[in-house]
Each structure stands twice: as structure tokens, then as C-alpha cells.
Design a protein around this ligand. Structure first.
Ligand code: ADP
Length: 473
């Protein structure tokens, strides 16, 4: 017997498992999703039987079914809004589901029996097929709660047997008659329905197990990620303080503030200072990344004059540009452009774009910084004549700890975090960052922001432009 094999449910799972809340929700969701499909089936059955059988009885049966459908909808609405875990509520909803199932299965059975009783002496093809369709529908769609499904199937089963036995008892036909044939066919159909129910139940259980595994895996990944983040954050914080003093001391020594540095020591001291700076940048980047990922980076939005921002950023990278003998030129519009942004974070964005442009340029090259309106948005672009970026490298450019040419790490230096941080900061400003580049022929990185001011409609370009005009006037 199929229902005794390993697909058979563990009876303790019927109504009282730990995931009962989930099952009730799944069950209710499934019946709600199929509400229109069920209505079409009921209406079709009602029209058919009203035409060929007694319309008054049909109407009574159909009304009873409709009433139980309304009860189902009412229950579904309450279950959908149910968020807290409360055993009492679980029991209450379970009771509701079982009561509705009994009512709905009884109404359908009443309807089917009323049709069957009107077919005196003949086969009961139509009502039996109605019932078969209802049973199959339940077997396919109600596997979330096997107990509830079995309650429904038990009621349908009794109805099947009643219809089958009705003629046999009423007319006492010989064993070879059509009435007995109908009876045995019904027993076969019942077995088939139970078997199908178990197949669907087995599949549902499998899906549930898989979901559980994915959920557990997800939790484990989350926990590991949190530990990694905490570890990274603690290490970075612990390293930062001593490193800051090492860096400051080395800079003081190299500047000659503590006395003249013996020439033999100078190269070693310079290397030490350079690496301390590099390490300090890496730690700053790590801490920033950490903050962004934890959603702890605070942004203080204010009205920012893009030109002033860019000039300040260029000023602070001028020393680096001079060192590399790179000429920096600017192209600014006649009128000032204003955006809403966090000044220090935008300075960080600019510093990153400028230092990359400088660092990937050849000595004696030119870096051009341009501010322009691009449609309704302000665009700041930084163009260099450096090494350029090969096609399809966006993932590497904006990825974490990634560089287009990993040999750059040693040759040019860098953490591979700058552009990833830049992208996240820009996106927190509802801006975009992108680049155009030809490998070997330089790159143009650009950021774009809405020209809107703090406290105004977030996506209203008209507002932004009005403000722009007002600001420019
Ligand atoms: P890094 O610390 O290595 O500069 P970024 O995240 O700032 O890390 O940049 C990621 C990678 O993108 C760089 O290693 C480099 O390969 C590429 N890149 C960024 N800006 C430029 C540029 N102006 N020219 C060429 N390559 C660039």
C-alpha cells in the first residue's frame, strides 16, 4: 500500500510541529492564491447542474460553498496579518483552518450528494467527477497541512462511499451489475487520490527541508560574516593608534624636526615613512568599508558649491601632482553649481579620483578636471592620459580589494578599496560613478549628482533646476 511506504507522514507532524505557524501561513497563502481558480470551477459546476438538475437545490448547494469560501477569505486575511509568535493564536488559527475545512468539504459534499440523489437508478458520473475534481484539487494544493488535507479527503471519501453504496443498498443489484462496478471504481479512485496526496505531501516536505537548509546556511554565512567584520574592525582600530604615532614620528624625523638625519639613514627612513603612510591608508579604507557595510557611516548633508569642492580637492593633491610632475588643469562652467552632499565624504571621493588619475599617469602627463551640467545633473569628471583600463573591467575597478592589473599593487601601490568606497559614498548621495577608458590611452572617471538642495524633493528635477537657476542668479 502506497500510504504505508516512506512517503507516509509522521503522524506527530499532523498538527503540532514547531513549524506549524509557517505551515498555516503557507496553507492560507496557497488557498488565497487559488481563490479565483476555485470560483471558476464552482461556477462551472453550478451552471452545469442548474441546467440539467434542479436549479433550487443547486443554488442552495452553491450558496453553502460560497459561504465557506467567504469564511476562508476572512481567515486568510487574519492569518496574513499575523506576525507575533503566540501559541494561543496558533491554536486558534489551526482550529479555524480545521473548522473551515470541515464546513467547506461538507458544503461541497452536500452539493454533490444533492446532484447524485436526483439521478435515480442511473450511474452518477457527473457528481462523482465533481467530487473527484475537488479531491484532486485539494490533494495537489493542500499538502502544507497533511492533517487538514486528510480531514477534507475523509469527508470526500465518505461522500464517495455514500454515493456508491446508495444504489447498491437501495436496489440490491447482483455483483455483476453496473452499480457494483461503480462502487469498485470508486474504491480504486479513492486509493488513487490518497496516493496522489502523499506524492504531493512528499514533495512539499522536500521543499520545506531544502528551505530549512538554505535558511541554516544563510544564518551560518551571516554569523561568519559578522565575526569577520568584528575581527577586521577590532584589528583595524587596534592598529590605527600605534600606527598614527609611528607615522607622525617618522614624518617629524624626515622633516628634520628632531635634528639632522644622517644621510646613510635617509633612504631607509623614507621607505619606512612611505610604508607607514600606505599602511595607514589601508587601515582607513578598511574602517570606512566597515562603517559603510554596517550602515554606520554618518552623512551630514549640506549645500555644496561643486567648484569650491573641486578646487579644495585639487589643492590638497597638488603636492602629489608636483612630485609626479603632472600638470593639473580645470574646466569650470561660468555659473556655480550646487549639490547636496557631505563635504568630507565628497572630498574623499574627489581625493580618490584625483589620486588614481595621478598615480596611473605617466610623468609629465596632464590631468583635466571638468565640471559641467549633464542633463539635469552635475557632472565632475577627471581625465588622465595614463595607462587606461582594458574593456570589461568594471567589476575589478569597483570591486573590493581588486585591481585591474594585480601587479599594480606593488608597482603603483593601493588597496583596491578606494573605488568601492567611492561608489558607495556616491550612491548614498543618490549619485552615480562611472568611467570611460581606452586601454593605453587614459581614462575619464566621472561622478554625477542631482542638483538639489537639502530639505527639498528628492527626485524632482524641476525643483532642482529652479534651485539651480535661483542659485545662479
Ligand atoms: P587602488 O587602491 O588600487 O587605486 P581603487 O579601488 O582606487 O584601488 O581602484 C581600483 C583599480 O581600478 C585600480 O587598481 C586600477 O587598476 C583601476 N583604476 C582606477 N582608476 C584608474 C585610472 N585613473 N586609470 C587606470 N586605472 C585605474
Amino acid at each position: 500500500m502506497a500510504f504505508l511506504d516512506d512517503r507516509a507522514p509522521n503522524w506527530t507532524e499532523w498538527f503540532g510541529t514547531d513549524d506549524l505557524d509557517e505551515r498555516i501561513k503557507d496553507y492560507v497563502l496557497a488557498i488565497s492564491k487559488l481563490v479565483w481558480q476555485r470560483q471558476m470551477i464552482f461556477i462551472a459546476a453550478a451552471i452545469l447542474s442548474a441546467f440539467y438538475f434542479d436549479p433550487v437545490t443547486t443554488f442552495a448547494g452553491y450558496s453553502a460553498v460560497l459561504f465557506t469560501e467567504l469564511l476562508d477569505l476572512f481567515l486568510a486575511r487574519r492569518v496574513m496579518n499575523w506576525t507575533e509568535t503566540d501559541r494561543r493564536k496558533t491554536r486558534l488559527f489551526l482550529l479555524g483552518v480545521v473548522a473551515n475545512t470541515v464546513l467547506s468539504a461538507s458544503a461541497i459534499s452536500f452539493f454533490v450528494i444533492s446532484v447524485a440523489l436526483q439521478q435515480v437508478g442511473g450511474g452518477h458520473f457527473t457528481p462523482l467527477f465533481f467530487l473527484f475534481a475537488a479531491s484532486l484539487f485539494a490533494a495537489m494544493n493542500n499538502s502544507q497541512m497533511i492533517g487538514v488535507l486528510l480531514v477534507r479527503l475523509a469527508i470526500y471519501g465518505c461522500t464517495f462511499i455514500f454515493i456508491a453504496l446508495y444504489d447498491v443498498i437501495l436496489f440490491k443489484p447482483p455483483l455483476g451489475s453496473a452499480a457494483w462496478l461503480e462502487f469498485f471504481t470508486i474504491v480504486f479512485v479513492l486509493y488513487f487520490i490518497v496516493d496522489v496526496s502523499l506524492v504531493f505531501y512528499g514533495q512539499y516536505q522536500e521543499r520545506l527541508q531544502q528551505m530549512l537548509k538554505i535558511k541554516e546556511e544563510n544564518e551560518r554565512t551571516k554569523a561568519a560574516y559578522e565575526i569577520k567584520s568584528q575581527f577586521l574592525s577590532t584589528v583595524s582600530h587596534e592598529l590605527r593608534t600605534p600606527l598614527t604615532s609611528i607615522k607622525a614620528s617618522l614624518e617629524l624625523i624626515n622633516a628634520g624636526a628632531l635634528g639632522e638625519v644622517p644621510p646613510a639613514l635617509e633612504p631607509a627612513m623614507n621607505i619606512a615613512a612611505k610604508n607607514a603612510r600606505r599602511l595607514s591608508n589601508l587601515i582607513d579604507d578598511l574602517l570606512d568599508l566597515q562603517k559603510i557595510e554596517a550602515g554606520e557611516m554618518v552623512f551630514h548633508f549640506e549645500r555644496i558649491n561643486v567648484r569650491e569642492l573641486v578646487e579644495e580637492a585639487i589643492e590638497s593633491t597638488k603636492g602629489y601632482a608636483d612630485q609626479l610632475k603632472i600638470n593639473m588643469i580645470t574646466v569650470f562652467p561660468k555659473d556655480d553649481i550646487f549639490i547636496a552632499g557631505d563635504h568630507s565624504r565628497l572630498m574623499q571621493v574627489m581625493a580618490n579620483l584625483l589620486s588614481n588619475a595621478l598615480k596611473f599617469s605617466d610623468e609629465g602627463g596632464t590631468v583635466q578636471v571638468r565640471i559641467a551640467m549633464h542633463g539635469a545633473r552635475a557632472r565632475i569628471s577627471v581625465r588622465d592620459e595614463g595607462v587606461g583600463i582594458p574593456e570589461n573591467s568594471k567589476d575589478k575597478v569597483f570591486g573590493k580589494f581588486s585591481q585591474v592589473d594585480s601587479s599594480d599593487v606593488r608597482r603603483i601601490g593601493g588597496t583596491g578599496l578606494g573605488m568601492s568606497i567611492t561608489k558607495q559614498i556616491v550612491e548614498r548621495h543618490e549619485g552615480t560613478v562611472d568611467y570611460e577608458s581606452e586601454f593605453g590611452n587614459g581614462s575619464t572617471f566621472y561622478v554625477e549628482f542631482d542638483c538639489k538642495l537639502p530639505g527639498k524633493a528628492a527626485n524632482s528635477n524641476e525643483t532642482a533646476l529652479d534651485e539651480q537657476k535661483a542659485a545662479n542668479a
